[in-house]
Design a binder for this molecule. Structure first.
Ligand code: MF3
Ligand code: CO
Ligand code: CO
Length: 287
């Protein structure tokens, strides 16, 4: 118990009674009813949020730059260089570079690559669908987002996969309610994917983010409504569904140990945003 006139544990500098006291009561009440509640470690301070938004500004700018330049004939290394230089020039650090040995500043995953594609001399071709996944560190804080790009004319089926995957991410975000449940997100994503004849990748998840690259909780893209961790104001996490045309299973590139491919060679798409739960709903921070 914190004395009510003492500073709040969140570091706001406000008195506890004017800050997180009501929050803590609510958490204690939910816990008593058997709910799984987030630990304080998962609740971002206003200071954290400020820097996460700054990281996101750079990250969003890098992805906007990619959007304006990406085209057939470019190599994925050239796209990586755009991201790398933009991030550095704006005072950020690409989080992917050197992360657990990852050698480049973003992930670029084409067609049947699900995620963690490594930029190299691969040339983008007309008809490719391409995910560019960027994460920026700024002032010790992280923002993580990815978008799909259609190179030239893509098939109707490919376009539909890209669009439905975006719809899945957006519906996942819309399902986030303060004091709702984590399972609400996966439930709606799964429903939309399956309704469209697609499968949901289960081997990778969204994740808490902000003070580190990957934090708790795991954000599964399948789930059951009204189950899982309580979503409390101050939580920041990604929603990043990977949706496949065919089977959900995958294999990992034996040469680089990173890039994952659909088992059946069919297409995969992904969109990722970083969002914050607040008192009224949800803030989209990185897109
Ligand atoms: N950005 C990815 C994610 O959404 C993680 C990439 S890790 C890397 O979580 F090392 F491959 F870059
Ligand atoms: Co992520
Ligand atoms: Co990412």
């Amino acid at each position: 118990m914190i004395p009510r006139n003492d500073p709040c544990w969140c570091g706001s500098g406000k008195k506890y009674k004017k800050c997180h006291e009501a929050f803590d009561r609510k958490i204690a009440e939910l816990k008593k009813h058997g709910e799984k509640v987030p630990s304080r470690k998962l609740i971002k301070t206003e200071e954290d949020l400020k820097w996460i938004r700054e990281a996101a500004k750079i990250n969003n700018g890098a992805l906007d730059l990619v959007a304006s330049k990406i085209k057939a004939g470019m190599t994925t290394d050239e796209v990586n260089e755009l991201v790398h230089n933009y991030t550095i020039e704006h005072g950020g650090t690409p989080a992917s570079l050197g992360y657990e040995g990852f050698p480049k500043s973003c992930c670029i995953s084409i067609n049947d690559q699900i995620c963690h594609g490594i930029p190299d001399d691969t040339v983008l071709e007309d008809g490719d669908i391409v995910n560019v996944d960027c994460t920026t560190i700024y002032h010790g804080h992280y923002a993580d987002a990815s978008r799909m790009f259609c190179i030239g004319e893509v098939s109707e089926e490919a376009k539909r996969l890209v669009d439905v995957t975006k719809e899945c991410m957006e519906a996942g975000i819309a399902a986030v309610k303060p004091w709702g449940h984590l399972g609400d997100i996966g439930a709606v994503i799964q429903e939309i994917a399956h309704k469209n004849g697609y499968s949901v990748v289960r081997d990778y998840c969204g994740h808490g983010v902000g003070n580190d690259f990957h934090e708790d909780p795991y954000v599964m893209h399948v789930g059951i409504k009204d189950t899982g961790m309580i979503l409390a104001p101050g939580m920041v996490f990604t929603i990043e569904p990977m949706i496949n045309q065919g089977v959900a299973t995958l294999f990992i590139d034996a040469d680089n140990d990173w890039t994952s491919y659909t088992d059946d060679g069919k297409l995969s798409a992904q969109w990722e945003n970083t969002i914050a739960v607040n008192d009224d709903g949800v803030e989209i921070i990185a897109w």
